[in-house]
Design a protein around this ligand. Structure first.
Ligand SMILES: *Cc1c(COP(=O)(O)O)cnc(C)c1O
Length: 360
C-alpha cells in the first residue's frame, strides 16, 4: 500500500488513523456483527454513534444550547435553496459575493425573494475580501450571507461583517473545524463535510433555534424544512448514516489532536511553509492579497500555462496529487486541510524548489 499526498480541494484527505479504524470496524462494528453501513439508523448502536458525534461537535465548537445541530443530505449546494426557503420571512436577504460558491448561493436566493449583492470582489477575480467597514445592510433583510473561506480562490474572511443586528449565515465548508469559531456571532453556520471532516453526502447545519420555525416559504418540501429535521434530531428519514459515523471519528481525532486552537496553530504553521516559499520564489506566485489568504486553499501560478501544466504533471508523477487549479481559474491550488501532515507541505515546497531550478 502506498498513499499519496492528496492536495484535493474536496473530497479531500482524511486522517489515516480514522480510515484505519473504520477499516477495522468494517465487517463487525464493536460486536454487532455488522458494518455501520448495514445497520438500522434506529438501532441502539447507531443512536450512540449520532449522539456522540453531535456531543463531540458541540464540545469542539462550544455550541450553545440554543443552537441546533443538524446532519443533513444534499451537500452544501442544497443549502443555497434551503436557506432562503426557511429564513426569508420578508423575502429579502443580503449577500457578500466573494467567489463562485457565494455567487451560486446568491443566484439561488434570487429565485425565492430579493437577493441583494451588498459587496463583491468579482472585479479582481475574487482575489480579495471586499471592504466590510460600511456595508449597506438592507433595513428588512432576513439575514446576511457570506462564504467564509473561498475554496476556489483561496481567500478567507479574517473578521466578520457588521450585520447591524441581522442574522449572519455562513458557508464554512472549506474551513470547518480548522480553527475556533464564536458560534454566538452567527444565526447559522453550515458546511459540506467533504472538505475537512468526512465523506461527501453529509452537510452539517448549526442553526440558532429562533430561526427554525414553521413559517417557511409556501411550497417548501417537507425534506427541506429545518424544523422537521430539528424536531426529529436528524432522524426524520434515513440520514447519511455511514458518513455521519466517519464525521464522528474525525471529531474525536481533532479532540485528540488538542481541539480547534491546536488545529489552528498547526494549520498556520503548515500554510506559512507554503506562503513563505511563494513570497520568495522567482517562478511561483500566490494569487491572493496577502492579508486575505486562506489557511486551507492556496492557489498559485507560474504565469505560464504550459509551465503550470508541466508542473502539475511532474508533481503527480512524484506523488503530489490534485494540484491542478479549479477549471475556472487555472494554475495550481494546494488544499492543505486539517488532515494534511506538515511533511506533505514541506515535501511539496522541496519539489517546487527543484522544479524552479530546473525551469529557470
Ligand atoms: C465544495 C463547496 C460547496 C459545494 O459543496 P457540495 O457538497 O458539492 O454541494 C459549497 N461551498 C463551498 C465553500 C465549498 O467549498
Amino acid at each position: 500500500m502506498s498513499r499519496v499526498y492528496n492536495f484535493s480541494a474536496g473530497p479531500a484527505v482524511l486522517p489515516e488513523e480514522v480510515l484505519k479504524e473504520a477499516a477495522e470496524e468494517m465487517l463487525d462494528y464493536r460486536g454487532t456483527g455488522m458494518s455501520v453501513m448495514e445497520m438500522s439508523h434506529r438501532s441502539k448502536a447507531y443512536e450512540t454513534i449520532i449522539k456522540e458525534a453531535e456531543a463531540d461537535l458541540r464540545d469542539l465548537l462550544n455550541i450553545p444550547d440554543n443552537y441546533k445541530v443538524l446532519f443533513l443530505q444534499g451537500g452544501a449546494s442544497q443549502q443555497f435553496a434551503m436557506i432562503p426557503m426557511n429564513l426569508m420571512k420578508n423575502k429579502v436577504a443580503d449577500y457578500i459575493v466573494t467567489g463562485q460558491w457565494a455567487k451560486k448561493a446568491y443566484q439561488e436566493a434570487g429565485m425565492y425573494g430579493k437577493a441583494n449583492k451588498i459587496a463583491s470582489s468579482e472585479d479582481k477575480t475574487f482575489s480579495y475580501i471586499p471592504d466590510l467597514s460600511n456595508l449597506e445592510i438592507s433595513e428588512d433583510a432576513d439575514y446576511v450571507y457570506i462564504c467564509e473561506n473561498n475554496t476556489i480562490y483561496g481567500t478567507k474572511f479574517k473578521e466578520l461583517p457588521d450585520t447591524k443586528g441581522k442574522p449572519l449565515v455562513s458557508d464554512v465548508s472549506s474551513c470547518f473545524l480548522s480553527e475556533p469559531m464564536d458560534v454566538t456571532k452567527y444565526g447559522m453556520i453550515y458546511g459540506g463535510v467533504q472538505k475537512n471532516i468526512g465523506p461527501a453526502g453529509v452537510v452539517i447545519c448549526i442553526i440558532r433555534e429562533d430561526l427554525i420555525t414553521e413559517d417557511v416559504l409556501p411550497g417548501t418540501p417537507t425534506m427541506l424544512r429545518y424544523k422537521i429535521h430539528a424536531d426529529n434530531e436528524s432522524l426524520y428519514n434515513t440520514p447519511p448514516a455511514y458518513g455521519i459515523y466517519i464525521c464522528g471519528k474525525v471529531f474525536k481525532w481533532i479532540k485528540k489532536m488538542g481541539g480547534l486552537q491546536a488545529m489552528k496553530e498547526y494549520n498556520e504553521k503548515k500554510a506559512k511553509v507554503l506562503y513563505d516559499f511563494l513570497d520568495s520564489s522567482k517562478l511561483f506566485k500566490g494569487t491572493v492579497v496577502p492579508k486575505d489568504r486562506s489557511l486551507m486553499n492556496v492557489p498559485f501560478v507560474t504565469g505560464n500555462d504550459e509551465l503550470d501544466a508541466k508542473f502539475v504533471k511532474e508533481a503527480k508523477a512524484a506523488g503530489f496529487e490534485n494540484l491542478k487549479g479549479h477549471r475556472s481559474v487555472g494554475g495550481m491550488r494546494a488544499s492543505i486541510y486539517n488532515a494534511m501532515p506538515i511533511e506533505g507541505v514541506e515535501k511539496l515546497v522541496e519539489f517546487m524548489k527543484k522544479f524552479e531550478e530546473e525551469n529557470a
